[in-house]
Design a protein around this ligand. Structure first.
Ligand SMILES: C[S@@+](CC[C@H](N)C(=O)[O-])C[C@H]1O[C@@H](n2cnc3c(N)ncnc32)[C@H](O)[C@@H]1O
Length: 249
């Protein structure tokens, strides 16, 4: 793999001999993303213009309602994100992906926490990608790249990332058993996968109100992580929020 040849310490936290994030490794990751973007097809115009209800926009924001909801989620998810970021470590030179990055505030928070690292944002929604790029414009193309992709096929080589985060998104993933294996594939050994959810009061039955949502419990997330190749799985929780942190073994 090109990354390994150019960047001998890539598997040890993506650092070069001076302890900086390895630039040639990041370039190789960018090349992979460029090829991925060329090969993927975009939404049809009909699909983009399709009017959707507010509840449909949680899982794949589109159009004007999607844009408004992304701004709303950036603000509304802030208390949960603050709690969530206190539950796990971000090494200062980490190479990170935030999957289902939505409006990009968590990409911004990750960039602040790894000042010598690199943060990729991935989202299936074109509107999320645009919003995340705008929110992080001072770092995009430098220490940050935002790419449109599904968790089903992540645009990275095997074992190249140190940390994958997923805030308020696994509810909408098509098959978490398979999707967690895909996350494991791109993480280096000893890398971390962190899932943070606030499924709300179970009596509200959000699954019945939001199309395509599955409100997994922390235990279900942890069991799925274990089956996908993660160990030393830690669960923390407060009120209805939970964080599940697994180590790639
Ligand atoms: C409820 S929003 C959360 C956004 C952000 N993480 C936050 O905490 O504000 C869920 C996001 O997951 C994205 N998403 C849903 N399915 C996805 C998939 N298969 N792959 C990548 N992203 C996905 C949606 O497009 C949306 O932006």
């Amino acid at each position: 793999m090109v990354i390994m040849l150019d960047c001998p310490n890539f598997s040890e936290g993506n650092l070069d001999a001076k302890g900086q994030t390895c630039e040639s490794g990041i370039q190789a990751l960018r090349h992979r993303i460029a090829v991925f973007n060329l090969s993927r097809s975009s939404d049809s115009t009909d699909e983009r213009k399709r009017s959707m209800s507010i509840s449909e926009n949680f899982g794949n924001p589109k159009g004007l309602i999607g844009r408004l909801m992304l701004s709303g989620m950036n603000m509304g998810h802030t208390p949960m994100a603050k709690w969530g970021f206190a539950q796990f470590e971000v090494p200062e030179a980490a190479v990170v992906v935030d999957i289902g990055c939505g409006g990009g505030y968590n990409v911004k928070r990750l960039l602040e926490r790894c000042p010598r690292g690199h943060v990729f944002g991935v989202d299936i929604s074109e509107e999320s990608v645009k919003k995340s790029r705008a929110v992080n414009k001072s770092e995009v193309g430098k220490r940050c790249d935002i790419v449109r992709a599904s968790v089903e096929v992540l645009p990275f080589d095997d074992h190249v990332l140190d940390l994958a985060t997923a805030f308020e998104t696994v509810y909408f993933w098509p098959d978490i058993a398979e999707n967690f294996k895909e996350v494991r594939r791109v993480l280096a050994d000893s890398g971390h996968f962190v899932v943070i959810n606030d499924p709300g009061n179970p009596n509200t039955h959000w699954e019945d109100k939001i199309p395509g949502m599955r409100a997994y419990t922390a235990e279900q997330v942890a069991e799925t992580m274990e089956a996908a190749g993660f160990s030393d799985i830690q669960i923390s929780s407060e009120k209805n929020m939970f964080c599940v942190n697994g180590t790639a073994k």
